[in-house]
Every structure is written in C-alpha cells, then in structure tokens.
Write a protein that binds this ligand. Structure first.
Ligand code: HEM
Length: 339
C-alpha cells in the first residue's frame, strides 16, 4: 500500500516534533490509534482545557504540596481496576451496588476534589465535552511534571464508565508474592520492566504504618523482624511506627511515614533505597531481591535520566488500559455521578 502525502507529512511532523521536545517519543506513543486515544483530542472542542487543568492543579498544590502523590495513586487505582474510565470517582451507580471507592483497597485515596474542581471549571468553559477519565489523565500529567519529571503529552479521548463496583477492586497488597504482581501487570499489558519503572512512583508520598509495621514486629513465627530490612532503617522506622498495641488505636491507624527522604520529588533514589534494604513495603523490597526484577532495579538506581524517560512512557501506557472510546460510556456532567 502506498503512503499518501498526508501520511508522509504527518510522519515527518511527528519525527521533527519528537526531536524538539524534552520527552523522547515515537509516533506510536504520541498517536497510537490502537485504542482511539490521541494527542490534541480537545484542541478544537475545548482549547483551554490544558491551561485550566494546569492552573487548578498548580493552585491546589500550593495548598497541599503532597497532592501530586495522591493524584498519581488515584490514576493508578482508576486504570488498574477495569480500565481508565473514571469509575473510581463515582459515588453511586444505576445498580446501587457499593462502588470502587468503598472497597477497603481504596483506603487513603486522595485528590478527587481537585478533579471535581477542574470538571466544574470545564463545564462552564465547554459543557459536556471533556470526560472525567481524561481530566484524571491530564491532572496526573501535571502531578508528574510538578514533581520534577518532563511534562509529557497526553493522548486523550477516554469516556466515562457508568459502572463502579467495590467487588471489582482486586488489587495486590504490599505482601502479595512477586509472581502474582508480575501477572497482575502483564494482564494489563505491562512488562516486568515497565512494572519496575512504574513502582518508582513510590518515591513520592507517604504510606500508613499498618501497611508495613508487621515487618518490624510480627514478620513470621520466630522471626519478629523482616531480615531484608536494613537494621538501621528498621530502628528509624520503629521510632515513627511504634508497635500498634502500644498506641491508642486511632493514633496507630493514622500514623504515616514518607515513602523516601524527598517525598515531593519523583526521582530514582527509590531504587537506591531498595538496594540498601530501605523499602517501607515488602513488595517494593522484593523488587530488588527477585531475580526477575533485581537487575532492572540496579540499572535504574544509577540511571536517573533513563528512569525519568521510561516512567513518563509507562504512565502514558498505563493511561491506555481498557479505555472506553467512541460511543462507549458517557461524558459525565459531574465526576461523582453518572448522568
Ligand atoms: C500492585 C502494585 C501496588 C501496590 C500493592 C501499591 C500499594 C500502595 C500502598 C499500600 C500505598 C500506601 C497507601 C496509604 O498508606 O495511604 C501506596 C502509595 C502510593 N502508591 Fe502504590 N502500590 C502499587 C503500585 C503503584 C503504582 C503502579 C503507582 C503509580 C504509577 C503507585 C503510586 C503510589 C503513590 C504515588 C503513593 C503515595 C500516595 C499518597 O501519598 O497519597 N502505586 N501504594
């Protein structure tokens, strides 16, 4: 089949563009037609969309510096349960079943108010046009950029789901074996390498003590402490997370520890920490010791630029998981309610 002049012009344009912008990209990444998403989807329908998202997220981060971590985790929870369809944002659905947000696995999810604020602004600017699923993808881009990584282009065109079921939230826990974690990512078309790269998101934000304090006090019969924990680090953690039965229940429940020493900056120190036995969660630590992922961890620990580029690519790919496009789903008027 011959390439038409328009196709050639587009290909040349993409190559030139990719050589100019900071984030390396291939024509496939920028404009993968496979699942109907593309960069510039709202250029004509809602030209101020990206500026509005940028403004609202920047103002919200002035109020709460830790918000970017919340937004990135929100996007992960949306995409990995059923696909990037904003189902995590729904308060109720036509079936009246408990929604994703009501699952215990959604505990600690933050950032929904910012998505609502953006939606409210966009409904004034271009009503019933921009999906909540796309707003989440654009807000995540801002979160990534505000945390120090290159600002990437966001393929868009997602539509919003009308379903959300707590029973669909089957996410691994921090103690899930690596086999299952690898399988969990590969069922979403993400390779073990991409998985290791995405876990680098655990270089920002915080984690509640209850997700890892068993590694300090109650790891296994006859072995109170996880031997893969660096003993100096374990002693530091024990200061921040005393044994749960020594604190009032409410206080024990609310204690959090930053995921690394620079919890506002997305960087590859996460991988250095793993190699020194300084991971909070068991599954993070397992990445460094498992033969299928250890080499990748060691590589990323010494290659900051390479990790940054790969992280941005992997986030774009994560944003393509099981999206609704075309006539599927709907464009919600309010992100917490189906129309
Ligand atoms: C199976 C894989 C994963 C598991 C089991 C997992 C588990 C967790 C847990 C338990 C927390 C702490 C929540 C809390 O205490 O409130 C957390 C935090 C976080 N996770 Fe993951 N995670 C996984 C993968 C990912 C991925 C792929 C990303 C993003 C690409 C991500 C981004 C984050 C971020 C940014 C935080 C900090 C959130 C905050 O400070 O509000 N996680 N994760």
């Amino acid at each position: 089949m011959e390439m038409g002049p328009r196709l050639i012009a587009t290909a040349v344009f993409v190559v030139i563009l990719c050589s100019m912008i900071v984030v390396p990209c291939s024509a496939d990444e920028v404009n993968n037609p496979g699942n109907g998403l593309h960069v510039g989807f709202y250029d004509r329908k809602c030209p101020n969309l990206e500026q509005i998202v940028t403004d609202v997220v920047a103002k919200a981060v002035e109020r709460d510096q830790k918000l970017p971590a919340g937004l990135i985790r929100l996007f992960f929870h949306d995409c990995f349960v059923k696909g990037c369809d904003a189902s995590i944002l729904l308060d109720a659905t036509p079936s009246d079943e408990p929604v994703e947000m009501q699952s215990p696995a959604s505990g600690g999810i933050r950032g929904i108010e910012v998505i609502e604020e953006i939606k409210a602004r966009l409904e004034q600017e271009c009503p019933e046009t921009v999906s909540c699923a796309d707003i989440l993808a654009f807000a995540t881009r801002e979160a990534v950029a505000l945390s120090g990584l290159p600002r990437h282009q966001v393929p868009a065109g997602r539509r919003d789901s009308r379903t959300s079921r707590a029973s669909d939230v089957i996410l691994p826990s921090p103690a899930t074996p690596m086999d299952e974690i690898i399988d969990f990512f590969s069922r979403r078309n993400l390779t073990p390498e991409e998985m290791v790269v995405l876990f680098g998101a655990h270089s920002i934000g915080a984690v509640h003590c209850n997700f890892f304090d068993y590694r300090l006090y109650n790891f296994a019969p006859g072995m109170p402490q996880d031997p893969s924990l660096n003993p100096v680090f374990a002693a530091e953690l024990a200061q921040q997370c005393p044994a749960p039965n020594t604190l009032p229940a409410e206080e024990a429940k609310n204690r959090v520890v930053d995921l690394d020493a620079t919890p506002l900056v997305l960087d590859n120190h996460y991988y250095t920490n793993l190699m020194q036995g300084r991971a909070l969660m068991q599954l993070d630590q397992a990445l460094a010791t498992d033969p299928r992922t250890g080499a990748e961890v060691a590589k990323l620990a010494i290659r900051s630029d390479s990790w940054a580029r790969q992280f941005v690519r992997a986030i774009i790919k994560m944003g393509r998981i099981n999206v609704l496009t075309g006539d599927a789903g709907e464009i919600r008027k309010n992100c917490r309610n189906f129309n």
